[in-house]
Every structure is written in structure tokens, then in C-alpha cells.
Design a protein around this ligand. Structure first.
Ligand SMILES: N[C@@H](CCC(=O)N[C@@H](CS)C(=O)NCC(=O)O)C(=O)O
Length: 203
């Protein structure tokens, strides 16, 4: 497998999951602004969406959409705990969380990034921040009395939530009203696979 990524972007989540799963993979850094690959070729020839994460599969073809990519990876290592078995209620709970993280948190944070300053009005920005605060309060509540989002086992939903939370300093979003989110982010950051992921993306 080959993961197309941009350091610190939402591709961090499948990158973490690949390392947690212990599977072999290659990394390809994408210049998202120019939509080019190392060497200068057009990234859109690989993925017409021009977005990371993109996973090139061993059997050929690509898989896109981070919330689906992480399930594909985790299903390759049954028993890793990264995702409950398909068809179980526990699986739907993880999917419910990932949909919430993707639709409400990931996309909800986008208007707050500095690169959006010219296209997002102050009113829109203030509204987006208010909505995001409310959604983060829900995630904070979900973590009450738990180490990870579904309990004591690290799943793909935790990798995605951690990725989105890692953007909060960059968008000047104060997490101090959410102590469970802060301790969760620290707990995930301390995992050896997560540290290895950050080290690889810093190279
Ligand atoms: N729906 C996609 C969204 C992925 C996404 O937003 N990727 C961003 C980086 S975090 C990106 O590639 N942005 C460049 C672009 O959209 O042109 C997913 O969930 O994987």
C-alpha cells in the first residue's frame, strides 16, 4: 500500500492507523497547493479529487475518504482492536463517531484556518467557531470516564479525533474548557505508533 499524505493534514489519521496496525506501506508526500507529487507530476492523475488521504492498494486502484480508508486498513488486522467486526453494534458506534468527526468537526474547522481568511467573513468565522465549540463539547462528554472514545481500546475513531484536535492550536481554538479532550490528545500523542507517525511526517 502507498499513502499519499500532507504532513499534519487529515491524512495523519490513516497514517497513524497504518502504523498501529503494523502493516508495511510507503509514503508519498503531496504538494496540495500545487497538486503535484515529488518529481512534479500531477497528483490528480492518481486521485481526480486532488485530496489526501489517498491510499493506493496492493491489488491496484486507489481508495479515498479517510473514514473509509481507516476501516479498510483496520479490517486487514482483525484482533488489533482498531475496529470492531463488521455487522456488530460496536462497529456502527465507531462509524457513527467517524461520521460525526468527519462531517461536524473536520469540515466544521475548515472556515477557521488562516488560509480561509480571504474567503470567510468575520461573521461566518464567529458562527463556525460557536458551532465547533458545541460539537467539541459533545466529544468531550463522550470521553467522560474513558481513555478513548469507545472505552479503553484505541480505535480508528480515536486516530481521526486526535488528528482534528491537533489542528486546534493552528486555528487558535482554546481547548481549556474541554479537559477530557486535552487529556485524550496527550494520551494518544504518547502512543509509540503516533510518535513514529509524527517523526516520519517531520522528515
Ligand atoms: N472527504 C475527504 C476530505 C479530505 C480533505 O479535506 N483533505 C484535505 C486535507 S485535510 C485536502 O486534500 N485538501 C485539498 C483540497 O481539497 O483541494 C476525506 O474525508 O478524506
Amino acid at each position: 500500500m502507498k499513502l499519499y499524505y500532507k504532513p499534519g493534514a487529515c491524512s495523519l489519521s490513516p497514517h497513524i492507523v497504518l502504523r498501529e496496525a503494523g502493516l508495511p506501506f510507503d509514503l508519498v508526500k503531496v504538494d496540495l497547493a500545487a497538486k503535484t507529487l515529488p518529481g512534479g507530476s500531477d497528483f490528480r492523475a492518481v486521485n481526480p479529487k486532488g485530496q489526501v488521504p489517498t491510499l493506493a492498494l496492493d491489488e491496484g486502484g486507489i481508495l479515498t475518504e479517510g473514514a473509509v480508508i481507516v476501516q479498510y486498513i483496520a479490517d486487514k488486522v482483525p484482533g488489533s482492536g482498531l475496529i470492531p467486526m463488521a455487522g456488530t453494534m460496536e462497529r456502527y458506534r465507531v462509524q457513527e463517531l467517524m461520521n460525526f468527526i468527519g462531517m461536524e468537526l473536520h469540515k466544521g474547522a475548515v472556515p477557521l484556518f488562516r488560509m480561509m481568511t480571504e474567503v470567510v467573513s468575520d461573521t461566518h468565522r464567529a458562527f463556525a467557531a460557536k458551532v465547533l465549540r458545541g460539537r467539541l463539547a459533545i466529544l468531550n462528554q463522550q470521553l467522560e470516564g474513558r481513555s478513548y472514545l469507545t472505552g479503553e481500546i484505541f480505535t480508528v475513531a480515536d486516530a481521526y479525533a486526535y488528528t482534528v484536535l491537533s489542528w486546534m492550536p493552528r486555528i487558535n481554538f482554546d481547548l481549556s474548557p474541554f479537559p477530557n479532550l486535552k487529556s485524550f490528545a496527550e494520551r494518544v500523542a504518547a502512543r509509540p505508533a503516533v510518535q513514529a507517525t509524527h517523526a516520519a511526517e517531520a522528515r
